[in-house]
Structures are given as structure tokens and as C-alpha cells.
Write a protein that binds this ligand. Sequence first.
Ligand code: FAD
Length: 490
Amino acid sequence: FTADKYPHIKRNPNFKEITDKDISYLTSILSQNALIVDNGTNSSDLTSFNVDWMGKYRGKSRVVVRPKSTEEVAKVLKYCGEKRIAVVPQGGNTGLVGGSIPVFDEMVISTNHLNKIRSFDPVAGILVCDAGCVLEVLDNHLAENGYMMPLDLGAKGSCQVGGNVATNAGGLRFLRYGSLHGSVLGLEVVLPDGTILDNLLTLRKDNTGYDLKQLFIGSEGTLGIITGISISTPKRPKAVNVAVLGLSSFEDVQKAFLKSKEDLAEILSAFEFWDFAALHLCQLYGTNRSEFPLGQYPFYVLIETSGSNKEHDDEKLTACLESLLEASTVQDGVIAQDVSQMNNLWSFREGIPEASHKAGAVYKYDISLPVPVLYKMVEDMRKRLEDSGSFGKDKAITHVIGFGHLGDGNLHLNITAKEYDEDVTKLIEPYVYEWTGKYRGSISAEHGLGLMKANYLGYSKSKPMIEMMRMLKKSIDPNGIMNPYKFLPD
Ligand code: FAD
């Protein structure tokens, strides 16, 4: 979708168009290679900064700034603030709601060159790093010290920790290690007027005034640019087990979750699920070519345990699975015997977003719901689309799949279509948001609002809450230069 496909969004005329004079000034204050400009005559290709991971959103920025230090970010934002140049902070550009892409000609400020690990305290497990560090690089670095990042996502090889914090990313370790609102201990943020807000504490406890860092966690680049992060990291578990199970109904999925919580208790670290349609999609488009170890069942569940004593964990997991099989809650199951089998089982789950991406245009909905009604959303949507006559073989809509972090009450509903099309969008939206609102769910469990959901915020937040958000935005970014057209409703 380019801005012309969003007729309700008009370029804000208060924002300055970037001129050669601005570029000369920025060149003079920044280090070499920090600026990429597409002036139409050179070979600069800014496509990768202007198009999102799904290929769904496309902006028209001709200037990308890649500062090499917090001070450089501050200089750029001070100038942009004074001149009213609109900016879009960008990390790994793996976001799924069009938040990291300019809508018109906003300047992209990329954190790609802010990639230093500043310190790691191996006793407290506290890491301090630049915002542009790639999640997987950090996780590998911590592994050398016996620690790990408290979050993990399918996009770990590209997404950056600054982007993770800006979106308050959830992911695969959320069930065990919780939200970034808990594990982030401090932030360094550059405000839209160039002020550096140094709140980069490494303390677990600090009750001195408003906890300002929380405002920036999940603010999606609308309040400032996060440049540094201090984060509490857990010890890497000594013993990990992974099992994948086949189940006959969503009722059984819930029973298995309850039983796992009871029997596995403190060692349960992930409880993921996907439906057969998701598996089928992976078999058609996924990159994992190895054979799926179980037969055809309506649902699959991945259980991971993480503990410190392999024998103890093996015993607990085996007993739990045996009783699930005996009660016919689970129809079949497999336990990984080594690390490579574990990675292989995880890759069936982690490969689902990639496979949907390859299947065509993908409409992604990331919803929090009470677990008992979580899958009803998929069933109701499938029925609606079937009834419309647009879903099925050789139709506009090709697949409707449900998967996600069941342990967190988080459904990923992915609908693939031949192409992004307004008629398809109208069949899905606002129905999907109305449905979610009806069950008091959240229209964004973990991906954020971005451009995609800004105008639907009212389905999850009340008017007074939205008004307070606007007040906060206005007081921190009075000219609205930070990531405009996104996050808050028009
Ligand atoms: P970007 O995409 O570059 O930016 C995302 C938003 O944050 C934008 O609004 C941008 O303006 C803002 N931003 C980025 N960096 C900064 C900064 N330094 N300061 C201020 N604002 C900034 N998400 C989940 O939560 N859970 C998952 O399990 C998950 N799985 C995924 C799997 C795949 C295959 C893919 C492609 C994506 C997945 N995502 C998931 C979504 C995405 O990876 C996350 O939202 C991630 O946190 C984005 O990080 P990023 O560095 O790519 O940010």
C-alpha cells in the first residue's frame, strides 16, 4: 500500500520538504557515510528502507540518515525539530504493521550503525547496548557468558533490540520471561528537540518518580529515538526439552495447556500452537524441507521446558505427556532427542510467518483474546470468507490460518490472498477488530499499531485513554515530527 491507497491520509503541509540545503547541513554535522540521498541521478537505492518486510507498505523517502552515535542522533533530531522535518525511526525493518516505513517523504533515521555492546555484568546478568544491535547477535554474545536474551522471535536475525523495545515485542519466550516492560531496566532516548534523556540505569529497583522509560517501551518511534538499552537477562537453562503434539480439538489444546501448567510448573517455558491449515501452508511454501514427524491432526502444540536438571525435567515431561495420551487429550507426540531435533521442531513453528509471506499477499492480525474464544475467531473468519465466495481454490483469498503463543492468549490470524486488494481488506476489516472488541481482546497483542491499526485503536482503548495518549504525544512531540500518520487515530 502506498499513501495513494490511503486516501484519508494527506501529507501534512506543515512538514518541510527536504532540500539540498538541508542535506548540505546534515552532511556537515554527521560522520562519513551516515547519509544516503537518492537525488534521482545517482545510484542510491533506498528501496530497502522504503518497503516493509511484507512488501505491503511503501514510502517515498529520499533521505536516510544512519547516525554513528547518540550525539549524532541528537544533532539530527535537533535540526529536524527546528525545521519541522518529519522523521521515521527504523531498526531492522521487520515490523508487521507498517510502522517503520515512511508514508510520504519523511526522513528515515536508521539505527543500523548504532551497534555496540556497551557492557555486560555477568553477576547481575545486565546488558547495556546500543539500540541497533541485532537480537540474535546479542543472544549469541550472551551465550558465551551463559546468559540469553529474555525474548526470541522468528525475525531475530534481522530485528534490532531498539525496534524490539519500541514495539514492546513479545515472542517465544514471553510465557517464561514476561514483557519488556519488566526486563528493560533503563533507556537512553533522544527526544524530538534533540535532548538526550539518559535513563540508562542498571538497577533492578528504582522507585524515584514516574518510570519514564515505560512510556517509550511500545511507543513505536512516536515519542523519540531509543539509542541505548539496559536489560536484565536470564541465565541460559542447562536443560531444555521440546515436544510437539497432535490434538483433535481446540478444547483439547486448552486441556493440554492446563495440564502442562500443573505438571511442568516452573520448567514450562513455551506453549505454542498452530492449526492444520498452518502446517499445510508450511508444507507448500516453507523452507524446512524435513518431514513433519506427526500425522494429520486439526491442531499441533509445541511444549518447551527449560530447567537446570535434565533428569528431573525429562521425568516430568514424560509423565505429563503420558498422562495426556492416556486421557486421549493428545493423540500423538514426539520429544526431541538432541539439539538438532529441538531446532527442527521449533522451525516448524517459527517458519509459519515466512511461509505465509511466501504464499502471496498476507493480511496479518495479532490479537490477544481470552483463551476459550481464541480459536473461534479463526473459525468465524473462515466462515465469513467462505460465505463471501472469495475464499478457496483459485479464489482471491487462498489460506486462513491460526497459530500463536497460546500460553500468552495471543492468536496470529494470517489470511493470504493473491494480492493486496481493497475488496479483500473490506471483507476482513473492520470485522476482525469489531469481533476482538466484542470479546474485550486487544487488536494488537505484540506487533503494535503502526499505520495498519492506528485508526482502529478505539476497539481496544477508551476515548479518555486515547485522549491522554494524545496529550502525552503533544507534550513530548509538539510539532508531531516523530513517525507521523501512525499509532494514534486521525
Ligand atoms: P522496525 O521494524 O524497524 O520498527 C518497528 C517500529 O519501531 C517502527 O514504528 C519504528 O519506527 C520503531 N523503531 C524502531 N527502532 C526504533 C528506535 N531505536 N527508537 C524508536 N523507535 C524505533 N513480533 C513480536 O512481537 N513477536 C513475534 O513473535 C514476532 N515474530 C516475527 C517473525 C517474523 C518472521 C517477522 C518478520 C516479524 C516478527 N515480529 C514479531 C515483528 C517484528 O519483528 C517486531 O516488531 C520487532 O520488534 C521489530 O524490530 P525491528 O528492529 O525490525 O523494528
